[in-house]
Design a protein around this ligand. Structure first.
Ligand SMILES: Cc1cc2nc3c(=O)[nH]c(=O)nc-3n(C[C@H](O)[C@H](O)[C@H](O)COP(=O)(O)OP(=O)(O)OC[C@H]3O[C@@H](n4cnc5c(N)ncnc54)[C@H](O)[C@@H]3O)c2cc1C
Length: 468
């Protein structure tokens, strides 16, 4: 086989964006190798929410925003503990990436949504969620002449004279002038999770990863072959979850009361999940949901009455965990404690009775909520039977430990120098998604934006080599 200009590993949003961008920037032959039998990876499973600043849909909604303001918010939220050059490039190009997806046929709901606790809304939701996002982009990729080969797991990178020179897949050598690693995360590999995400594995058997089963962390091997630097220890978004069944639930109902092991509240329960993660982490990673039988009856009310964040296509979705049938089942199974009095509940759950009672009395009081929760979500916990369920930061949504990259998407070595011919983008990279999840859409936004950047850089560098 002739040498391919740009070879992309993985067909999620990052890999598809990289391939399309490479063709647009002069690469004549572009191939995607995908390990799975179908394309899309975790991107296909996603809610299709994407974050960016200063894009057409945002301007049409009358919202003024800028890459600079996004960058400041992003870095401040993460106390600057990130790769500034890469984050700056992400913020600068995030809006253009969303416009570019629209130009290539991806459909978004026109209404802007808040992804987290940002000052101005920066997110849009794909019509038909991740499935439509992947299918529309894949259509554009194929129309641009890119070959997408499924069922081809890349085993290793060919490294010659310190540069990436192709890959080996299914025992076959495939030579390429540039290789873009877009192989996603490693949540399906318990050994890698234990090594890179000790906070997650501390949740024991409760912990589960929601992404694709092919997120096996092959990129750690690729990074070793290239001599790349790995960054981002113990990062990855974790959601509060009970030990019921493995169903994905990003937001908790706003009427819940969340207490720590001392029986004290520590956060506004209607806050974005990135905030709930950090505050629960500070409280030992374990907490209890406390509610009464009236809350159970209310749980069948529409989503808009119980959640601060409501995304298009999810307005009528009921909570998979906090609905009457599931609650009855879990009380029966002993995973939700129940008692006629708060003192009895505290004893059953192993919480300090005097403190829990004081917490609930204060919560039921008419004064403005001490955690700042909006009055519409505050409902008294007043009539037994009362319930308590333990929750942990048990749902891992994505991983964020991986090769460091420059603002051009080049993989760097342990001295911070770009490795010729080697690029990476999306969930596989480290240093861009931080300790604080800036909000829904951050990960798809990063994948699409850096996919577009890495594909462009790869094509430009290949054409510069050809003409040298
Ligand atoms: C249920 C769910 C909901 C989510 N919702 C959102 C959301 O709304 N917004 C948001 O920002 N984030 C969301 N996320 C996270 C987000 O979807 C992912 O982090 C992002 O899509 C990752 O994109 P990617 O292209 O980097 O990786 P992926 O989409 O996972 O693609 C990587 C691909 O590489 C392939 N691959 C792996 N190893 C190899 C190999 N050796 N050779 C060849 N191919 C290989 C995989 O099979 C996979 O297809 C969600 C995740 C899930 C699971």
């Amino acid at each position: 086989m002739d040498t391919i200009d740009v070879l992309v590993i993985g067909s999620g949003i990052a890999g598809l964006s990289a391939a399309l961008s490479a063709t647009e920037n002069g690469a004549e032959s572009v191939v995607i190798l995908e390990a799975d039998t179908e394309i899309g990876g975790s991107s296909r499973l996603s809610g299709g929410i994407i974050m960016g600043a200063d894009f057409k849909l945002q301007r049409e909604a009358g919202i003024e925003d800028s890459a600079e303001s996004f960058y400041r918010d992003y870095m401040n939220a993460n106390v600057w503990n990130l790769n500034p050059a890469a984050v700056k490039a992400f913020c600068r190009e995030s809006g253009r990436a969303i416009d570019w997806l629209v130009d290539h046929g991806v459909q978004f709901h026109p209404a802007l949504v808040f992804g987290g606790s940002e000052n101005t809304p920066r997110c849009v939701a794909a019509v038909g969620q991740g499935g439509q996002l992947v299918n529309s982009l894949a259509r554009a990729v194929r129309e641009a002449g890119v070959d997408i080969v499924v069922n081809h797991r890349v085993e290793r990178i060919l490294v010659e004279d310190g540069r990436a020179a192709g890959v080996v897949a299914d025992g076959e050598e495939i030579r390429a002038a540039a290789v873009v690693i877009a192989s996603g995360g490693y949540g399906a590999d318990r050994r890698l999770l234990a090594e890179h995400n000790p906070s997650f594995t501390a949740t024991g058997d409760w912990g589960w990863y929601i992404g694709t089963g092919t997120a096996r962390g092959d990129a750690f091997g690729f990074a070793e072959q290239l001599g790349a630097q790995i960054v981002g220890h113990d990062r990855g978004l974790r959601l509060l979850h009970p030990d019921f069944v493995h169903t994905f639930e990003s937001y908790i109902p706003g009427w819940m009361v969340l207490v720590n092991k001392e029986g004290r509240r520590f956060v506004d329960e209607s806050a974005p999940y990135g905030v709930l993660e950090r505050t629960t982490h500070r409280n030992g990673g374990v907490a209890w949901f406390v509610f009464d039988h009236q809350a159970v009856d209310r749980s069948t009310a529409g989503r808009t009455k119980a959640y601060k964040q409501v995304f298009p296509e999810r307005e009528e979705r009921q909570s998979p965990n906090w609905n009457p049938a599931m609650i009855a089942e879990q009380v029966e199974a002993g995973r939700i404690h129940s008692a006629g009095t708060l003192a009895g509940l505290a004893e059953a759950a192993g919480l300090p009775a005097d403190r829990l009672q004081a917490t609930i009395e204060s919560y039921n009081d008419d004064r403005p909520d001490e955690m700042g929760k909006d009055a519409q979500f505050v409902r008294p916990v007043a009539e037994g039977p009362f319930y308590a369920a333990e929750v942990r930061l048990a749902t891992l949504c994505w991983t964020a430990v991986g090769p460091a990259i420059t603002g051009r998407g080049e993989i760097t070595d342990t001295l911070g120098r770009p490795i010729p011919g080697a690029y990476a983008c999306g969930e596989v990279t480290g240093g861009i998604l931080g300790d604080v999840y800036v909000g829904s859409g951050n990960s798809v936004g990063n994948s699409a934006t850096f996919g577009r950047i890495a594909g462009r850089s790869a094509a430009q560098d290949v054409s510069a080599t050809h003409s040298a």
